[in-house]
Design a protein around this ligand. Structure first.
Ligand SMILES: Cc1cc2nc3c(=O)[nH]c(=O)nc-3n(C[C@H](O)[C@H](O)[C@H](O)COP(=O)(O)OP(=O)(O)OC[C@H]3O[C@@H](n4cnc5c(N)ncnc54)[C@H](O)[C@@H]3O)c2cc1C
Length: 453
């Protein structure tokens, strides 16, 4: 009896790019054409742009964790774990399962979409004292932490401690930092009404960025509008400023100011997943250098995309331009790379990825937003309708759409709730606790494993 061996396609990462790719492969590829496997530490796709709303309690965590197992049509084998190295020569991906067991996954085609990690710098105390905003757990911990600061300030008899507990610092004026500061400031503004012993004037939010502008991609006028909304809400914005050092109860800015605080939120950019460095191939600022077909030159069957890859931006005239790390690109690249994987399986020509940016939406909470769909500048309610409409329609399943819409409606009617879930009682939940950047193998360790296994 002949045993038919089907080619194996291994996708790494279940984010916008990875899930976009897997779903298209499942739809377009016959089950007898290839076996599909997906390496992911979680069985959900996280809708990251709505993470600040989880941190502020507007949305529940499960509303933006879109299940990978909702439909019986899905036939991909999900491997629960993280890829820790890839041997391009042996065509093996080394995976650490969630149990800690390390296994070798062989592939014929591999699609690398592990996204990015929070970019940190060599700033004293940063990874020990700052909190990130990149995972569902970080958002949930952050919400608990902020509420607990109000509780602790309320209970304290010490003026200095009260003041420190009620100051919050967000570093990073991109959409992640700006939305986080805006949404959490709204939470504390509303919550403080339930703490009659606390003076609302003591609550201070700082948003700082080393760049001269917040979200430069918004353009001057819209960027200015966003700043005005934030300033009106009482957020102190400092541009051209970063952090010189961070401690458990104070942060020193590069302009010399020392801010007593127990809350430092770090959203100052992202860096490609450290997995890309294990390939020993060319990178551009850490992102794997791929062709506009998203394939790795010299290695047929190897593809990379999303935040982890430097995909040439063919829609721009500028030489050497690469696609920015956005959900908008990752989602579309996911579908496109699936078409190219199928083309390469069937011996057909692959096509380059070309997508012209559709604009940006920034939800500042409540009725405040700024949006720039197709270059049209919107503010206030129209901008918010576009922002929420865009995110809502981009959610992958109907159940996620219903959860998010219901949460928004509930928040509009009943307001914020201020109950902490007790996540903080034992864990520190700082940057170093979530970014497992030391989990990856060196090229030598990978070779050792693939040669012996
Ligand atoms: C707070 C926040 C707000 C944002 N807002 C916007 C916005 O409004 N608009 C916009 O366009 N973009 C926004 N972005 C950026 C956008 O979310 C990213 O560009 C997008 O998620 C990139 O998609 P991706 O598939 O490459 O990576 P991700 O979506 O990050 O997915 C990567 C996946 O790979 C998994 N993974 C990581 N390492 C491994 C490994 N070693 N092995 C296996 N799996 C692994 C991760 O768990 C994750 O599931 C925001 C980002 C953040 C953090």
């Amino acid at each position: 009896m002949d045993i038919v061996v089907r080619p194996k396609i291994l996708v790494v990462g279940a984010g916008f790019a990875g899930v976009g790719c897997v779903r298209r492969l499942e739809r377009k590829l016959g089950s007898d054409e290839a076996d599909l496997a997906l390496v992911t530490p979680f069985s959900y796709q996280l809708y990251l742009p709505l993470l600040p709303q989880v941190a502020s309690g507007v949305l529940t965590p499960q509303s933006i964790a879109v299940s990978l197992r909702r439909s019986r049509k899905y036939r991909t084998r999900i491997i629960p774990g993280g890829a820790i190295g890839v041997d391009l020569k042996a065509k093996v991906c080394v995976v650490r399962k969630i149990t800690g067991e390390i296994v070798n996954e062989r592939y014929d085609h591999i699609v690398l979409a592990p996204g990015s990690v929070t970019r940190t710098f060599d700033i004293p105390g940063l990874t020990d004292h700052a909190r990130g905003m990149k995972t569902l757990a970080e958002a949930a911990y952050l919400r608990d932490h902020v509420i607990s600061q109000l509780d602790l300030a309320d209970a304290s008899q010490d003026e200095a401690e009260r003041a420190a507990r009620l100051q919050f610092v967000v570093v990073g004026g991109g959409y992640a930092g700006t939305e986080t500061a805006a949404c959490l400031r709204r939470l504390t503004q509303n919550a403080v009404k339930r703490y009659p012993r606390l003076d609302p004037k003591l609550i201070k939010w700082h948003l700082i960025d080393i760049a001269p502008k917040l979200m430069p991609e918004l353009g001057d006028k819209l960027g200015q509008s966003a700043q005005e909304i934030l300033r009106k809400r009482g957020i102190d914005i400092s541009l051209g400023v970063s952090i010189a050092k961070a401690g458990p109860d104070e942060v020193t800015f590069t302009d010399g100011r020392v801010v007593p605080t127990h809350t430092l939120i770090w959203t100052a950019g992202v860096a490609a997943s450290p997995l890309m460095a294990t390939l020993g191939a060319e990178t551009v600022k850490g992102r794997l250098a791929v062709s506009s077909e998203m394939s790795l030159p010299g290695h047929p069957g190897v593809f990379a995309l999303g935040d982890a890859a430097a995909v040439p931006d063919e829609a721009k005239d500028t030489e050497g331009a690469i696609c920015p790390p956005t959900a908008q690109h990752a989602m579309r690249q996911g579908k496109h790379v699936a078409d190219n994987v199928i083309a390469s399986l069937r011996g057909q020509p692959m096509t380059p990825y070309v997508h012209k940016d559709l604009g940006l939406v920034v939800d500042l909470g409540g009725l405040d937003a700024v949006s720039k769909p197709l270059g049209v500048e919107l503010r206030g309610l129209p901008a918010q309708v576009v922002a929420r409409g865009y995110h809502w329609s981009a959610l992958r399943t109907n159940v996620a759409k219903v959860r998010v819409a219901t949460n928004w409606a509930l928040n509009a009617v009943a307001g914020h709730d201020f109950v902490g879930t007790g996540l903080l009682s034992r864990s520190s939940a700082k940057l170093r606790d979530f970014e497992h950047t030391n989990a990856y193998l060196t090229p030598e360790q990978i070779r050792e494993r693939t040669e012996n296994g």
